[in-house]
Design a protein around this ligand. Sequence first.
Ligand code: NAD
Ligand code: DAU
Length: 355
Amino acid sequence: MILVTGGAGFIGSNFVLDWLAQSGEAIVNLDKLTYAGNLENLASLQDNPNHIFVQGDLGDSALVAQLLAQHRPRAVVNFAAESHVDRSIHGPEDFIQTNIVGTFRLLEAVRAYWLALPEADKTAFRFLHVSTDEVYGSLTKDDPPFAEDNRYEPNSPYSASKAASDHLVRAWHHTYGLPVVTTNCSNNYGPYHFPEKLIPLMIVNALAGKPLPVYGDGQQIRDWLYVKDHCSAIRRVLEAGTLGETYNIGGWNEKPNLEIVHTVCALLDELRPKADGSSYATQITYVTDRPGHDRRYAIDARKIERELGWKPAETFETGIRKTVEWYLANSDWVAHVQNGSYRDWVSKQYAGSVA
Ligand code: NAD
Ligand code: DAU
């Protein structure tokens, strides 16, 4: 049995679905169900006794202690976080509470549980912390990609809160011996991605005939990884990662945002052509840039390949086609996540330019 936090979010739910499809080992899934948590992602597990869902906060020490005592997991995988940079700019408080205070409380509850385990279980136990490449800051065009020994230089409230959580995890290993591993991953994309993030927002807006809001000049670069590749990397690190180490996970797919948007438009033109024959690209609109916008992220993923034999299975071309096809086939999911709070967010963030 393993315990995951945040398993109703984008990456967490993909991880839970893949885990249960590939192993007979049960999962306790602790998720607060914020606006980003969606049990519909896990609907196919409704009758699966190996999925135990618990609604709650990773910072609720009593609840976490009770779950650990009751289910006795051999590992904890911490996905739960506030994850959207733009939201962190509008309101950083939740990011501090969940990403920093929540991780601290989770570490303390896990440490107490781990200390009391029998010696063999104690040795085998793992705490895997899921983090981001954004902790390393921003690269120029010619900088080498982020390696694990890069300085931490977070630039947004979100990345600062994730950096703080990484430091706590590191300290709990160094000081208390908690058996931790940390992963720092690049931008994920794929099924169940909440449409506040670039790729799903572009798909959803394009189909709705709305503007496609590109921040600034659209030349910011991200390194895209298909979410199921991220999940397989986490499984591999959990299985064989060296304690106290960090592993960078990336897709070797550096692309400027504008190219991503044009790729999405071209796929939609092919798979769901507009009645008037025009391209979805005509909907592209340049909007005010994100404050403090990091220019470029890129991951050097050679360590995880060299030490653990992990490589992404998808190219960007195969992954983005699967993603667009998934959104076209799952219009009900999209309609259901676009509830009142989603509409409020869009009108606040884009000040009427997109709604
Ligand atoms: P998400 O926002 O889609 O999902 C986060 C989940 O955590 C939601 O289900 C939410 O309900 C839950 N949650 C939030 N606060 C909670 C709390 N206090 N207690 C319990 N549950 C809580 O995020 P995601 O994109 O799936 O990201 C998952 C993790 O991966 C995060 O830690 C994020 O920093 C990291 N990450 C994400 C990406 C990416 O591209 N999405 C890349 C690298 C790292
Ligand atoms: O790098 C990993 C990170 O990737 C994760 O840690 C974060 O949780 C995840 O949200 C993601 O952060 P980004 O800020 O890179 O993702 P986002 O989808 O918000 O934006 C991707 C790029 O697209 C970024 O340069 C901003 C730009 N963008 C985004 C939106 C939502 C636009 O141009 N227009 C938009 O409307």
